[in-house]
Write a new protein. Structure first.
Length: 134
């Protein structure tokens, strides 16, 4: 894996797809319970690299923290494991996680115009918080 030496933000984003989800997931990040995230990889999108910095926003669009990517792997949805996704800190079981993410990515697919299947490529990214804004 090539390490990013350009310290500009890879992306500026809020977790989830609504303000309440953004705040809920951000609180897990800040509490140290969420140390990974997964996202659909579309053909035209760039995948993060190790050492990338991303600015995380709260549900109101305010800068909340900076995270640093420490590991990235692209896999098909069907190849995600509980050992991977439990690091998201959101669910108690793999089945609960899978059901919730299928719902989420089905909504996302409608919004962004792709078809979500078990074969859809997913970025699995582990990160650490490097700065918190008050």
């Amino acid at each position: 894996m090539e390490e990013n030496t350009n310290k500009k933000y890879f992306e500026c984003f809020a977790f989830g797809d609504n303000p309440e989800m953004a705040d809920e997931l951000l609180s897990l990040v800040l509490a140290g319970k969420k140390t990974a995230t997964v996202s659909v990889v579309l053909d035209h999108e760039e995948v993060p690299s190790v050492s990338d910095l991303s600015l995380v926003l709260d549900g109101k669009g305010n800068a909340a923290c900076v995270i640093k990517t420490v590991y990235v792997e692209v896999v098909k949805f069907r190849d995600l494991t509980w050992d991977m996704v439990k690091l998201e800190g959101e669910d108690d079981t793999f089945e609960q996680w899978k059901e919730g993410n299928i719902r989420y990515w089905t909504r996302d697919a409608i919004k962004r115009g792709y078809t979500f299947t078990e074969e859809t490529p997913i970025t699995f990214e582990r990160f650490e918080v490097v700065e918190v804004f008050s």
